[in-house]
Design a protein around this ligand. Structure first.
Ligand code: AMP
Length: 207
């Protein structure tokens, strides 16, 4: 059986995982973490409850820590998720997993005032967790830059398409820099998800 120490995670992340009382990586974590740390794209078939959030956040946080931003903090990791509830949950996990790291994250979603979100963006953010509508809205107003993004996660892709977010997803994909590491997670893999994945994942590892 694998344990977290065998996954080549750095000490501050192992400490955060221990603080969460995780002892053994879940199946998706054991398979995804090593390949994401190598820099590979991933096409992951996984439902909520499988530990997929840590499967993408832990190696993302490690990779962002390994290549700190040169000057002011800029958005280097972007997680796109369909609902505010999911965004908030991922934000809570990110807070726990990054508690011993020098990384700032922010959760943004619609239906609430944008001013507090804009204030936080101005202070500088390393990891942004967002729903598509508010992300594009703040981008169009000039509050968000995609230039420094090096790590992108499309979470719950099937649910995104069910909710009619395909046009927004395509807009976001068009804004991402060329040399971005991309991950897609979906509970189901119908043809439209595979097509979407083929459009932006490079030689992905399928999990
Ligand atoms: P997720 O599928 O990412 O929504 O995670 C489902 C739940 O499992 C969350 O409450 C996590 O805190 C928890 N969890 C994730 N990874 C592990 C692990 N390796 N050991 C125990 N619990 C975990």
């Amino acid at each position: 059986m694998t344990d977290f120490k065998q996954l080549e995670l750095i000490e501050p992340i192992l400490r955060a995982v221990a603080a969460e009382h995780y002892t053994t990586p879940t199946q998706i974590q054991a398979r995804a973490i090593p390949v994401v740390l190598e820099g590979r794209d991933v096409l992951g078939c996984a439902q909520t409850g499988t530990g997929k959030t840590a499967a993408f956040l832990l190696p993302m946080l490690q990779r962002l820590t390994a290549s700190p931003s040169s000057k002011k903090r800029s958005i280097r990791g972007l997680v796109l998720t369909p609902t505010r509830e999911l965004a908030a949950q991922i934000g809570e996990s990110c807070a726990s997993y990054s508690q011993f790291l020098d990384l700032r994250h922010l959760v943004i979603f619609g239906g609430v005032k944008q001013n507090p979100q804009v204030r936080e963006l101005r202070r500088g953010i390393d990891v942004l967790i967002a729903t598509p509508g508010r992300l594009l809205d703040l981008y169009r107003q000039g509050f968000i830059s995609f230039e420094a993004i090096s790590f992108f996660v499309l979470d719950e892709a099937d649910r995104m398409l069910d909710m009619g977010f395909l046009p927004d997803i395509k807009r976001v994909l068009a804004l991402l820099p060329q040399k971005c590491q991309n991950l897609l997670f979906s509970a189901t893999m119908p043809a439209n998800i595979v097509n979407l994945a083929n459009g932006f994942l490079t030689n992905p590892v399928r999990i």
